[in-house]
Design a protein around this ligand. Structure first.
Ligand SMILES: C[S@@+](CC[C@H](N)C(=O)[O-])C[C@H]1O[C@@H](n2cnc3c(N)ncnc32)[C@H](O)[C@@H]1O
Length: 307
């Protein structure tokens, strides 16, 4: 069975511009699909480190990539500790770093995790099972203002306040436990034709909050640039606009060599560009890839090269 079909696989390999004896970091190992393709391009001196926080992903990818022996190493850690994991594994820098953000098909389809509103499951949504806060904790314990902010800011849901009021009313009767209890509460305040979109937005919001996804992404981007070797490549695939905006703004800022106001005749900011943008516009999957792998549909890939 396919664990997860790697998205934009050829574009990732081209973007990383693999050197056969280089050191590569796959910050989001998942089923190891991208790592496998990287490893196939490496010679006996090349290395690939795979980070993940999900023990199931780590177990699956370890088995899949067993045949590469010492060329592949697992780092059971959040990618926000990317530089620490790299140094601890004995490397001073990386020649390429890949972040394929979000969740894998396997995680989405795992009914125990509650990532999908389509299956009855506990409201968990933790990628890393050692995290303290679950999605049920967010719904049951946040103040109404905090909860509304999560749903509005991370789900970009226009009916955030109506949904929050319904959740707060229902949790006073009985704390939320399952995904179905959540979708039933949304049904009570959202018109039928808009429900699916609202489910998706609320689940996205809770996942981002529980896993602190935007915060760890910002940390990982900064660390990636600092531990790339000159000429090394950073490749990031995002799946929703909040992530892509963070990646786009970060890379744009890092590529600028001056941030003085335009009316200032001489540069005084001292800003140094750390990367060159390889693609100004994001790469997206072809129609054919979207058909073959519908979960790739929202993917946007950005590439930068360390100066
Ligand atoms: C979209 S999947 C990656 C799929 C992979 N590229 C492949 O080809 O199979 C994302 C993976 O990244 C992991 N992940 C998400 N956020 C993470 C983080 N902050 N640190 C480490 N792993 C993370 C998830 O657990 C998931 O396994």
């Amino acid at each position: 069975m396919d664990y997860h079909i790697p998205v934009l696989a050829e574009e990732v390999l081209d973007g990383l511009a693999i050197r056969p004896n280089g050191v590569y970091v796959d910050g989001t190992l998942g089923g190891g699909g991208h790592s496998e393709k990287i490893l196939e391009k490496l010679n006996e001196n090349g290395r690939c480190l795979g980070f993940d926080v999900d023990p199931d992903a780590i177990a699956f990818a370890s088995k899949r990539l067993e045949r590469f022996g010492d060329k592949f190493k697992i780092v059971n850690s959040n990618f926000s500790f990317l530089s620490e994991g790299l140094y601890r594994s004995g490397f001073k820098s990386a020649d390429g770093i890949l972040l394929d953000l979000g969740v894998s098909s396997r995680q989405l389809d795992n009914p125990e995790k509650g990532f999908s509103f389509r299956a009855e499951a506990n409201l968990d949504l933790r990628l890393d099972p050692s995290l303290k806060l679950s999605a049920a904790d967010v719904i049951n314990t946040y103040s109404d203002d905090q909860l509304c902010k999560v749903i509005r800011d991370y789900g970009e849901e226009q009916f955030a306040w109506q949904i929050t009021k319904e959740l707060v009313k229902r949790r006073a009767q009985k704390p939320f436990v399952t995904t179905t209890e959540l979708t039933t509460a949304i049904d009570a305040v959202i018109f039928p034709d808009k429900r699916k979109k609202s489910y998706a937005r609320v689940f996205q919001a809770l996942r981002i909050e529980v896993n602190r996804e935007l915060e760890v992404l910002k940390t990982a981007l900064a660390k990636s640039v600092s531990c790339l070797a000159p000429g090394g490549r950073l490749v990031v695939i995002s799946y929703h606009s909040l992530e892509d905006r963070i990646v786009k703004d970060f890379l744009k800022y890092e590529s600028l060599s001056c941030i003085c106001p335009p009316q200032q005749p001489i540069c005084q900011c001292g800003k140094v560009a750390t990367v060159t943008l390889i693609s100004r516009k994001p790469l997206v999957p072809s129609e054919e890839e979207c058909e073959r792998n519908p979960r790739s549909r929202s993917a946007k890939l950005r590439i930068a090269e360390r100066k």
